[in-house]
Design a protein around this ligand. Sequence first.
Ligand code: HEM
Length: 182
Amino acid sequence: MALKNTKAAYGSGAKFFHWLIALFIIGMLAMGFIMHEMDASPLKFKVYNWHKSIGFLVIWLVALRLAWRLFNAQPDMLSKKAWEVRLAKVTHFLLYAGIFLMPMSGWLMSSADTYPDPLVYGIDLPQIIEPDKGIKSLFSAIHFYTAWSLVGLISLHFAGALKHHFVEKDRTLLRMLPFTKD
Ligand code: HEM
């Protein structure tokens, strides 16, 4: 399988980023909702630390993914229905915005807080803004609403993939799976 996309098929690079980031985002959504409900304890503090540490890596993965997307051909959509193509394009754009905004808002929220954030791999989370309660609350709200928007967008995206596979019976889902050729 080629590394890069063609106008008809996804390459291994795009598939790698798609599934790796999907795993991270879905895992981090579950982790975030669960940890938010935990009672204060040393374990909760540890889980928050892992959440911040993984999330900080996700920012760089997403940046690489966006660069890969910009410098690669995009396979043509298989649907012939204009509304479906438009809906898919809007959903994909919002998904990209969401996977970027999610970890960025977490980073900004934690920076605006006064707690130190030692990451599990031995560096402190770089503080990119001055501590400020109002800004912390703003990014905390953005983190929360983006999380729920992503739950909705991922569900719509998943439903679209299943519709293509089981109703239209085209190769939309198959061509994004890891070991298929086109
Ligand atoms: C991969 C991207 C990320 C996802 C999908 C994600 C998801 C979530 C979710 C679902 C929550 C629970 C929201 C709530 O119920 O209030 C949460 C909370 C939180 N996240 Fe993230 N997060 C990500 C990245 C980050 C990053 C990079 C940081 C910081 C460096 C971070 C810091 C936090 C903190 C501190 C909370 C707790 C907020 C609170 O309890 O008020 N997150 N996250």
